[in-house]
Write a protein that binds this ligand. Structure first.
Ligand SMILES: Cc1ncc(COP(=O)(O)O)c(C=O)c1O
Length: 372
């Protein structure tokens, strides 16, 4: 399998640990180890203190799989596999697809979601949203992309980078459409739980559709990307067995300390997610004020979910040149749309971090120094 460079990851590798201010991170504020350990009950604290640093069970720690199963209706522990999130995309696609299959994928998006199917040798059609009506993905557009032999539809809701999120009714209709035609659904739910409006959380694909596989994880919603813990969940037993077999060729098993910390995180999921949502909501208000003040520079559709949005840029120089000068002169890392292979007129802003108001102040200082 020949994979091209992952452009977003290469861009982050260049600036993430050298730029003074990050304004494009997609993860929420990371928790400290101390904070997470402080939330643990005695039983989990004992698991941590007495942990042996050996190999772990390939499918995942039984208590972790039990906690993951508890997130969904109608699921059994055997329907889950612990993975690193990015690994879940790789082995999920490898388990589902063969050369020549037809796949439809939401676009722009996280590159591996469509690049891995392409590298497997699939024909990939891109399902694009409409920016002018709030980055909505329209089902009638999807219907025009489906072919008689479409094997898989890949979606990511809440969506990176636009913050798009369909209504529960539209999501149900999407599943109805796929069920009618026997098409599998790969649903990247890495930002689930970060919906802006209460009640907008979609049912998980794995609980709604027997041919769906959910990718979930702790990186974004929980602010724990350093654990590298995610999971695949599906009621299709053959599919989960095939992904488990493929995992023997990638990581074999998860990191032992990460699994115990993940058990603690899921045990405290309500408190962790509530804290992240509170920060996101406060930050979104600050960001919206900033966008209104600088509407000569940006036009922005309000995200419906997730920790990121994708404003358009009103500057003749284009997003790449704008972002390069911003990081060089003000130390602020902003992600242009080019790594998403989506033209040069948008930027991705992450608003899940604690220091967002401070970074926007620095950004404002910078904007006051440049020509309009
Ligand atoms: C939509 C989406 N899926 C999957 C991932 C991969 O998560 P991780 O970096 O934790 O492997 C990301 C990370 O940015 C993402 O945005």
């Amino acid at each position: 399998m020949q994979l091209p460079p992952f452009e977003l990851e290469r861009y982050f590798a260049r600036y993430e640990f050298s730029a003074r201010y990050l304004l494009s991170s997609s993860d929420c504020e990371p928790l400290t180890l101390k904070a997470l350990l402080g939330m643990a009950d005695n039983q989990h604290r004992q698991l941590w203190d007495e942990l042996t640093l050996g190999y772990t069970e390939s499918q995942g720690h039984p208590l972790l799989r039990e906690a993951i199963t508890g997130l969904y209706r109608n699921l059994d522990v055997e329907d889950t596999l612990v993975v690193t999130p990015e690994e879940g995309i790789l082995i999920g696609m490898q388990a589902l697809l063969k050369p020549g299959d037809h796949v439809v994928c939401t676009f722009p998006g996280y590159q591996s979601l469509y690049e891995i199917p392409r590298a497997i040798g699939c024909r990939v059609s891109l399902w694009e949203p409409s920016e002018s009506d709030g980055w909505q993905f329209h089902l009638d557009h999807l219907e025009t992309l489906l072919q008689p032999d479409t094997r898989l539809v890949v979606v990511n809701f809440p969506h990176n980078p636009t913050g798009a999120l369909p209504s529960v009714e539209t999501f149900d209709a999407l599943i109805g459409l796929l069920r009618q035609r026997g098409i599998f659904l790969f649903c990247d739910e890495m930002y689930r739980g970060l919906e802006i409006e209460p009640g907008a959380t979609l049912p998980a694909a794995c609980e709604s559709y027997e041919r769906a596989i959910t990718l979930g994880g702790l990186s974004k919603t929980y602010g724990l990307p350093g654990l590298r813990i995610g999971w695949l969940a599906t009621r299709d037993r053959d599919l989960i067995t095939r992904t488990a077999q493929l995992k023997d060729y990638t990581t074999i098993c998860a990191s032992a300390p990460s699994e115990i910390l993940a058990i603690m995180a899921l045990d405290n999921q309500k408190a962790i997610i509530a804290g992240q949502r509170e920060r996101l909501h406060a930050n979104l208000m600050v960001l919206e004020t900033f966008m209104t003040t600088h509407d000569d520079c940006f036009h922005c559709q309000r995200p419906k979910g997730g920790s990121i949005c994708f404003p358009g840029l009103r500057r003749a120089e284009g997003a790449q040149a704008f972002c390069r000068k911003l990081v060089e002169k003000a130390g602020i890392m902003l992600l242009p749309s080019a790594p998403f292979q989506y033209g040069d007129q948008h930027v991705r802003i992450g608003f899940g971090r604690q220091n967002l108001p401070e970074v926007l102040d620095r950004f404002e200082d910078y904007l006051s120094t440049i020509d309009r």
